[in-house]
Design a protein around this ligand. Structure first.
Ligand code: CP
Ligand code: NVA
Length: 330
C-alpha cells in the first residue's frame, strides 16, 4: 500500500511504522538533493505554519523556518513566554485557535501529554519539536547521517552514552528498534530508560532482528559501536541544582578518544547539539568555575575530530523536517 501521511501529526516515532520512517528518510534525501542543487521546491505555497516554542532552540527553530520558506509557506515564530498559552489560555483553547489560522503547528515544550493534547484539539498536523520525553524530528536527521556514513542501517551498532533516559536517548532507542539497529544505552543505573519503554523497544527490536542492551560499563558500551552518541548532561527544564550530582554520575561516560577507539571500523561520533565540549559558553564557564572541568559529555578532541559528524547531522535537521512537513501537509 502506498504510504500516505497527509493530515497526520508527528508526535513520537512509536506512532510510525518502519515503512513510514523509511519513506520520510527517502523524502529527506530528495529534499537534500533539491536544496544542494538550488532547485526551487515551493510545493506548499499558500500554506502557513506556526512554531510554538516553550523552550529555547537554534537548530529546530531554524530548520522549521528555512524548510517552511523553501516550501513556499508563511511562518510565524512564537518564542518562549510570548503567547498567551500556559499563562492565560489553556493548551486546548490555544490549539483550537491556531488550528483555524494555520495549516500546521510545531510545538517544543515540556510534557508529551501537552503536545498530544495540542494535536487532539488543533485539527491540523502538529509536529513535536522536543518534549521532556521524545525528540522525534532529531531522530530522522541522526538516522540519515548514519546512513550517509555507512550506506545501510540494519545490523549497525548505535551506542548512547550518558543520561540514557532523556528525550534524545529514549527516541534513539525507539528508532533503532524500528529500523533493526542494535542499540546500547550506556550510563549509570539511576539514569537508564524506563523499564516499560525498554520492554516495548525490545519487542520491536526482536521483530526487526536487532537488540536493545543496557550497560553501566562505558568500555563495554563503546565496543564495536558504529556510532557513539551523547547529549548534554542536564536537559532543558531540569533544575540547575542537579549539575553537581550529574557531573559526578556522568564523568565516566564522557566520550573520549579512548572510547571512540573501541568502536567498530569507521565509528562516527554524533550529538544532537548544543554541546559542552569546551568553555566557550556561559554555562561551560560557570561549570568550570564551580566544578573545575573544561569538558563535559564529550572531549573537545572527539568533537573536533574527523570522526565527528555533528554538523552534517545538524544540517540534516532541515532536510528531514522539510520531509515531515511536506508528507503531512501536501
Ligand atoms: N538539537 C536540537 O534540537 O537543537 P536546538 O535545541 O538548537 O533546536
Ligand atoms: N536533551 C536535550 C536535547 C536538546 C536538543 C534537552 O532536552 O535539553
Amino acid at each position: 500500500m502506498p504510504i500516505n501521511l497527509q493530515g497526520k501529526s508527528f508526535l513520537k516515532l512509536l506512532d510510525f511504522s518502519t515503512e513510514e520512517i523509511l519513506y520520510l528518510l527517502e523524502l529527506s534525501k530528495e529534499f537534500k538533493k533539491l536544496k544542494l542543487t538550488r532547485t526551487p521546491h515551493r510545493y506548499l505555497e499558500g500554506k502557513n505554519i506556526v512554531l510554538l516554542f516553550e523552550k529555547t532552540s537554534t537548530r529546530t527553530r531554524c530548520s522549521f523556518e528555512v524548510a517552511g520558506y523553501d516550501l513556499g509557506m508563511g511562518v510565524t515564530y512564537l518564542e518562549p513566554g510570548s503567547s498567551q498559552m500556559g499563562h492565560k489560555e489553556s493548551i486546548a483553547d490555544t490549539a483550537r485557535v491556531l488550528g483555524r489560522f494555520y495549516d500546521g503547528i510545531e510545538y517544543r515544550g515540556f510534557s508529551q501529554d501537552l503536545v498530544q493534547e495540542l494535536s487532539d484539539k488543533a485539527g491540523v498536523p502538529v509536529w513535536n519539536g522536543l518534549t521532556d520525553e521524545f525528540h522525534p524530528t532529531q531522530m530522522l536527521a541522526d538516522i540519515m547521517t548514519i546512513e550517509e556514513n555507512f550506506g545501510r542501517l540494519k545490523g549497525l551498532n548505535l551506542t548512547y552514552m550518558g543520561d540514557a533516559r532523556n528525550n534524545v536517548a529514549n527516541s534513539l532507542m525507539v528508532v533503532s528498534a524500528k529500523l533493526g539497529i542494535n542499540f546500547t544505552a550506556c550510563g549509570p543505573k539511576d539514569l537508564m530508560p524506563k523499564a516499560d519503554l525498554v520492554e516495548t523497544c525490545r519487542e520491536l527490536a526482536k521483530e526487526h532482528g536487532s537488540t536493545i542492551t543496557l550497560t553501566e560499563d562505558p568500555k563495554e558500551g563503546a565496543k564495536d559501536a558504529h556510532a557513539i552518541y551523547t547529549d548534554i548532561w542536564v536537559s532543558m527544564g531540569e533544575p540547575a541544582d542537579v549539575w553537581a550530582e550529574r557531573i559526578k554520575l556522568l564523568e565516566p561516560y564522557r566520550v573520549t578518544q579512548e572510547l571512540m577507539d573501541l568502536g567498530a571500523k569507521g565509528c562516527i561520533f554524533l550529538h544532537c547539539l548544543p554541546s559542552f565540549h569546551d568553555t566557550n559558553t556561559k554555562v561551560g564557564q560557570d561549570i568550570e568555575k564551580q566544578f573545575g572541568i573544561k569538558e563535559m559529555e564529550v572531549s573537545d578532541e572527539v568533537f573536533e575530530s574527523r570522526q565527528s559528524k555533528v554538523f552534517d547531522e545538524a544540517e540534516n535537521r532541515m532536510h528531514t523536517i522539510k520531509a515531515v512537513m511536506y508528507a503531512t501537509l501536501k
